[in-house]
Design a binder for this molecule. Structure first.
Ligand code: FAD
Length: 492
């Protein structure tokens, strides 16, 4: 594996078997899952190894929504490892529902076969792979940040070159149904061309749509069929932090806990209506606890290992001994597993059903590289707000039967203005079993093109309520399988 800063690269053309654009969970997992094959892979990343404000400024977009977005850049981050560099996080395997997730077609039964591989790539091989427990509660696990994407993917056989500081401009060379080359720019605006036998867009939800919209703009009349539907059916998981729970008996089962070496958490699922809702119980924290919470468990564990590795002599031996006995870890575990709390708050996330009017379009204003920016239109619908209200009503009864009280103001739930995004943009370049509503084929290829694939949250035809990265990684593992079957064929 070689890591190359594109500013230092002398040539103006790169030839490769597979060009993966984007190094976030989607791109990095794909590269790693292809790593055992005899292939030349170029992975291209707009950001750098360290946080680069110039690259991140390229994410500016306009948002028009009836709920609020916390990050005006659409909750994405340009750096090696992608947006996953911004969180230490919760993963929930997507639980497919025969009715609500019909649009996934055969992928609904294929993708779960990649869940174990996805969990291992996320650094949590022991994770639960269904996302639900026997009661139907949502089961989350926390992935280990250090085992994830901050470092380039590990490959055993493939030759992997990872270029940083190189941004896809969307400009392409098409030859009938085949994409011959894509053009890139360094942030110093030097141009570079990549020719590949297959290309994969793994740019994150919004940027995948933007690049395909630019491709459509370049080939307006005779462009590939699927491109006409790019940018539609955008979704997120609008969330509301509202509701106090008085639980004299505690809610230990729904608090963060360490089980079998992994941080895990249960949440309430509102599965009754056509729109799914997920309720996450949070402990009311005192000031000292809030300060402690700012030190996430995984980061604490990783930094303690690093710290000990740097030390020498008796200090190292002593620290290792404490680690082996699990003294420090046990103290942290006790902190998370305390059961004496009686007061909790509720953070709920709702599904957005796919709607054609929730979409991204190209704007007239340009970014620093001269590319049109995006405008996102995403509105919460009354159907979703009603589902949240039903969920609160049902949860009130469920908690009451367990001796707990949920207090909330129903007017808060009715107003979209009380909701914020969950940093989970989805849709825009979807696969759907109904081809009239799809951009991609079942092998994640753009309809009408032989060798341009897409992976990431933009592929999702429905969004469920699960945090998306686990399914994104599973999708990339599936795509690796698709590409592997072409491996060795002349048509790769
Ligand atoms: C604050 C926050 C908290 C989150 N918490 C969770 C959580 O707890 N659980 C969860 O599952 N998800 C969470 N998410 C969402 C999660 O980050 C995304 O689902 C995930 O990162 C998507 O992976 P991706 O590889 O598709 O896209 P990204 O991670 O966005 O990676 C895309 C990569 O492509 C690069 N790129 C973009 N455009 C170009 C271009 N033109 N040329 C070259 N490269 C380009 C970007 O620089 C980036 O590195 C959170 C997000 C945020 C912002």
């Amino acid at each position: 594996m070689s890591l190359i800063d594109a500013h230092q690269w002398q040539g103006d053309t790169i030839d490769t078997d597979i060009c993966i654009v984007g190094s976030g969970p989607a791109g990095a997992s794909l590269a790693q899952a292809l790593g055992h094959l005899d292939l030349d892979i170029a992975m291209v990343e707009s950001g750098q190894i360290v946080d680069d404000p110039v690259a991140n400024a390229l994410n500016e977009l306009e948002i028009r929504s009836n709920f609020s977005y916390r990050d005006r850049r659409g909750a994405r981050h340009r750096q090696l490892g992608g947006t996953a560099r911004r969180w230490v996080g919760r993963c929930i395997p997507f639980s497919f529902d025969a009715e609500r997730d019909q649009a996934w077609g055969p992928l609904a039964s294929i993708l779960p076969t990649y869940y174990a591989q996805a969990a291992a790539l996320l650094g949590a091989p022991e994770a639960d792979h269904t996302g639900r427990d026997a009661n139907g509660d949502v089961l989350a696990f926390w992935a280990d940040r250090t085992a994830r994407f901050a470092t380039p993917p590990r490959v055993t056989r493939a030759s992997l070159r990872c270029f940083t500081g190189l941004t896809l401009t969307g400009e392409a060379v098409l030859d009938g149904r085949r994409l011959r080359a894509f053009r890139f720019q360094t942030h110093g605006r030097r141009e570079l061309t990549i020719r590949a036998r297959r290309f994969v867009l793994a740019l994150g939800t919004l940027e995948n749509s933007r690049m395909l919209l630019l491709l459509e703009r370049q080939f307006p009349s005779h462009g590939p069929e699927g491109l006409g539907r790019v940018g539609r059916f955008m979704m997120d998981h609008p969330r509301i932090h509202h509701g106090d729970i008085e639980a004299p008996v505690g809610l230990a089962a729904y608090e963060q806990r360490i089980e079998a070496g992994l941080v895990r958490k249960r949440g309430f699922a509102g599965d009754g209506a056509s729109v799914r809702v997920y309720g996450n119980v949070l402990r009311h924290l005192g000031i000292a606890e809030r300060l402690l919470q700012r030190l996430p468990l995984n980061r604490y564990q990783a930094s303690s290992v690093r710290l000990i590795a740097r030390e020498r002599g008796w200090l190292r031996a002593g620290a290792n001994e404490l680690r082996k006995r699990g003294v420090a870890d046990a103290a942290v575990a006790r902190f998370f597993n305390r059961t004496h709390s009686t007061r909790f708050t509720l953070m709920s996330y709702c599904e957005q059903r796919p709607r054609i009017d929730n979409r991204v379009v190209l704007d007239d204003s340009g970014d620093a590289l001269g590319l049109p920016r995006l405008r996102l239109h995403n509105h919460l619908h009354y159907e979703e707000l009603e589902a949240v209200q039903d969920f609160y009503a049902q949860l009130t009864q469920r908690l009451a039967s367990a001796g707990c009280t949920l207090r909330y103001d129903p007017r808060m739930l009715e107003s979209p203005a009380c909701y914020t995004d969950a940093s989970h943009p989805l849709g825009g370049t979807r696969y759907a079993v109904n081809r009239n509503e799809a951009v991609l084929e079942g092998d994640l290829r753009v309809i009408g093109l032989d060798n341009l694939h897409v992976t990431g949250g933009s592929v999702f035809p429905t969004g469920g309520i699960e945090n998306p990265t686990h399914l994104i990684v599973a999708l990339s593992c599936y795509l690796a399988g698709v590409l592997a079957t072409h491996c060795g064929e002349a048509s790769l």
